[in-house]
Design a protein around this ligand. Structure first.
Ligand SMILES: [Zn+2]
Length: 384
């Protein structure tokens, strides 16, 4: 199967970029709802509908939800690309629909999606609410789990640009976790199913993004939804869409998420899961916080009359302004910053730092500055 071709054929062209709300997916849901496959399964804090979409008649029940964190839209895009495959009428689609029943919630947190926040409208992180179930969105997610009784759960997220795949200097473009079900982080039959599946997906991804797959820390936290569902005996896989060089809109990462979904169901369909792939799973690089968006090296700064040569870093803040996400770069830290990398790196070779106020970079200021008074940087990037 040519995954690139499959993606190009079925990519949902009507959605793109980082800001993805109910308004954006409503036309897609209307189109998919030819025979009541789309349902309103509840309301958010701000009374917005939460939709499900179900397709397939197979015995193996698959539960997928995206945008539990409102500003994490990449997997929602990939989910719609995948749904297009399911509706394509191809032999592969028929094979999947005979084998599986898919229950999807494309935007679990529509209020957070509109506000472009991780949390819901009550400022609660839904992924820490899986025991207390204080929020309507958490109750809905749990309610479907109880009634649909999935065989597999897919917990779909985005991660920040700070994560690398180990200490290699490569970003973690896609990361995975088979969450723990107890404090001891033991591996039972269900967790092993998730582990084997991730190992299989990783085999595929390594062909396209070698060294850019990460494995998340498996500390047990029963308040996280993946840990809870795993604890309740259902193999659960956490997907984290991460950074690909220069792809802040996450349109390239979207493709690798699509590849991951296709690989998952191909593996499950063909029963192509080897018995025990714990070692392969553990060999996936661990997710490490090693990146900033910008790193400037060998900058001469003048602090109170003392000149030193040092490094500094800047990080984008994603700010929602008039329905658009703006990436605004702010200075994050000054120092040697050993063991860190920049997605963008610039060696100033001892040039003098200055900005409109200071002769040294100041944390939390915009990354607008000069080197030797003549090389200008605006919003983190060199201006030619
Ligand atoms: Zn998340």
């Amino acid at each position: 199967m040519n995954l690139e071709e499959l993606f190009n054929l079925h990519k949902e062209q009507s959605i793109e970029g980082r800001y993805l709300t109910l308004d954006h997916i409503q036309p897609l849901l209307d189109k998919l709802n030819s025979n009541n496959q789309v349902q309103i399964i509840g309301k958010s804090v701000l009374d917005k509908p939460i939709y499900s979409y179900q397709i397939g008649t197979g015995e193996t029940r698959i539960y997928l939800w995206s945008q539990m964190h409102g500003n994490e839209s990449t997997t929602t895009k990939a989910l719609f690309d995948f749904i297009n495959v399911l509706n394509s009428g191809s032999d592969f689609a028929r094979q999947l629909l005979d084998k599986f029943t898919f229950y999807t919630i494309p935007i679990l947190n529509p209020d957070g999606a509109a506000l472009y926040t991780r949390e819901n409208a009550n400022k609660i992180d839904l992924n820490r609410d899986s025991q207390n179930l204080t929020q309507p969105e958490s109750k809905i997610l749990r309610g479907v789990f109880e009634t649909f009784m999935p065989h597999y759960c897919f917990n779909l997220h985005d991660q920040r640009t700070i994560f690398g795949a180990g200490n290699t200097g490569k970003p973690a473009t896609v990361s995975f976790l088979a969450p723990s079900y107890n404090e001891e982080r033991e591996i039972n039959e269900n967790r092993l199913k998730a582990i084997n599946l991730i190992a299989g997906i990783n085999d595929t991804l390594q062909q396209y993004i070698p060294g850019q797959v990460g494995r998340f820390d498996d500390s047990f936290n029963i308040n996280c939804i993946g840990d809870t569902f795993q604890f309740l005996g259902v193999p659960t896989i956490l997907f984290e869409a991460g950074h690909f060089p220069n792809d802040y809109e996450r349109e390239i990462t979207r493709k690798f998420l699509f590849f991951s979904l296709i690989s998952s169901f191909k593996l499950l369909c063909e029963n192509d899961l080897v018995d025990n792939r714990i070692n392969d799973y553990l060999n996936i690089s661990q997710n490490k916080v090693v990146f900033y968006d910008f790193m400037y090296k060998n900058i001469k700064i003048n602090y109170d009359g003392i000149e030193i040569i040092t490094n500094f870093v800047a990080q984008y803040k994603e700010e929602l302004i008039e329905n658009e996400i703006h990436f605004n770069a702010y200075i994050a830290e000054v120092g040697e910053l050993e063991n860190y990398f920049g997605h963008y790196e610039y060696d100033a070779q001892g040039a003098n730092y200055s900005d409109n106020h200071n002769t040294f970079p100041k944390v939390n200021e915009k990354a607008d500055f000069y080197l030797n008074k003549n090389v200008k940087f605006v919003n983190g990037l060199i201006k030619s």
